[in-house]
Write a protein that binds this ligand. Sequence first.
Ligand code: DGL
Length: 265
Amino acid sequence: MLDKHSPIGIIDSGIGGYSVARRLQNHLPHEDFLYLGDGANTPYGNHSAQEILHMTRRLLQFMAQRRVKALVVACNTISCVAEQLIGALECPILNVLQSGAQAVARLQPDRVGVISTCFTAQSGCYPERILRLSPDTQAISRGCPDLADLIERYIDQPGGAGRIDQAIRDNLAGLEDLDCFLLACTHYPLAQENFQRLYPHVQWLDPAEELAGAVEAFLTEHSLLNPSPELGRLEIYTTGSAPDYAHKAETAGLLQIASVRHLAI
Ligand code: DGL
């Protein structure tokens, strides 16, 4: 039996899910959130499906112990294999793919660049969904081998903006004629300011806004909204460095942070 007072779990390969967590906090201020980023194993995007599933199942064990009422798979890369995780938890598992495709369908552009990890690009998950919702849109996928990892490491570091700018330019080379992109990796919206500054004419779509609405709709439909009048709390866990995750959480603008802890799994 799911408890409406339980937290909502959020998982990501690293800090990328912070871009989803902040939208969820804005959208659902009375909910408690439990965030787990696999800082010790990030990035996931250059691994095989089997390896990604193996690493993800360990994150799910923690979420099962903490009895979350819903699990949000923020990470696009994990979302591409999320169908193979159905039934792994007692609670429902929501992922980001449909929200990303909906963000594109809302605009119905002629062409959209879908930038993501290499795994997400190779899986073909997004073009397939975009085609279903927006049949006249041509989706052009681009896997960016190192961009998420650079953002994870340098987003809050002095001089980091320059390294991230260069990586964005390198990874988007040849796509400069597109004027609409889906940020299909949770790390990228954390560097939205860099993307906008480098390509001011471009529209950057972040699936997290649609996802926050989908999570709210789901909780409402299943009578799982937390009725508390208090502001919710955010507990953060990482398999990596807790001080690093704490600093990056502040940089990302997360609210009501109750604790940031290392988790050994
Ligand atoms: N941020 C993750 C995503 O949304 C993946 C980054 C990585 O671990 O490679 O796909």
